[in-house]
Ligand binder design. Structure first.
Ligand code: NAP
Length: 246
């Protein structure tokens, strides 16, 4: 009997959950529990960390999981690394469901960096107005450049004071569109955009808007994750599930 653990937190994970539920699959959806009101899923859902590699290995055994699909965000490197190690230890087939990284087009003005610190360093010395579109994590590092005004777009209102002296918070949940993001950037007089190279359509609007407005984008490259099979669509994941031995 196939029993699937779907590690979620992305649009892709929600699309896969819908297909699995429609097909009557025996599957559990897992959220980290980072947002106050996560998107509800048509599958039984658990919330919260597993307790590292050991905790996940124990969970796979206790729940008789036969397949794991890691559809977490490309920047959720700790979860993805844990999944590789726990599935290897448990002998459980694992695949990642991941969208391809965005690529710069000829009219884009991207500055590439491979980490948050690199993005901080890439900001100018003179005061700028920065659309810091990286979610709520890693904001503290931008306190090293307090002269800038930061526009943050967050799913939930911050629970603690922000570590940035000049910041505006926009509460919104994607997907976003280019016209909306262009208007947002114009209203806030944005001069620089900082983005994680998440890929996918839902968060790409800010890149289109930056291109249309001629703004530089400081693009943070994806973190390293151990090698695992990667599928790029719901159909590919479903084919992998039907062909992977239990
Ligand atoms: P992370 O650094 O890779 O994960 C930290 C810890 O959170 C993991 O070790 C695990 O705890 C727990 N965790 C993460 N994803 C989980 C899941 N789907 N189910 C159960 N536990 C999970 O991840 P993160 O960057 O904090 O991201 C957390 C979640 O937000 C992910 O599910 C991701 O898909 C989503 N998300 C992340 C970003 C981003 O930019 N990082 C953006 C959008 C959405 P234990 O070690 O205790 O198991």
């Amino acid at each position: 009997m196939t029993r699937i653990l779907l590690l979620g937190g992305t649009t892709e994970a929600s699309a896969l959950a819908k297909t699995l539920a429609e097909g009557g699959a025996d599957a559990v959806f897992s959220y980290a529990g980072r947002t106050a009101k996560p998107v509800s899923q048509p599958l039984p859902t658990r919330v919260g960390g597993f307790g590292g590699v050991e905790g996940l290995s124990a969970y796979l055994k206790a729940e008789s999981i036969t397949h794991v699909v890691d559809a977490t965000h490309p920047f959720a490197a700790q979860m993805s690394t844990n999944a590789v190690h726990a599935c290897t230890a448990a002998g459980t087939p694992l695949c990642a469901f991941e969208r391809p990284a965005w690529q710069a087009g000829k009219d884009d003005r991207w500055i590439h960096t491979d980490c948050i610190e690199g993005a901080v360093n890439a900001l100018p010395t003179a005061a700028a107005r920065v659309f810091l579109a990286i979610g709520k994590q890693n904001l503290t590092q931008f306190a090293a450049k307090p002269q800038h005004h930061y526009l943050l777009r967050l799913v939930d209102a911050p629970e603690a004071p922000l570590p940035l002296p000049h910041a505006t918070v926009e509460i919104a949940r994607g997907p976003f569109d280019a016209a909306g993001d262009t208007g947002l950037m114009q209203r806030h007089g944005i001069t620089h955009v900082i983005a994680k190279n998440a890929g996918g359509a839902g968060a790409a609007a800010k890149l289109t808007a930056a291109r249309d407005l001629g703004l530089p984008v400081i693009m943070i490259g994806r973190p390293q994750v151990p090698v695992r099979p990667i599928k790029g669509s719901v159909a590919e994941v479903m084919a992998w599930l039907s062909h992977s031995p239990v």
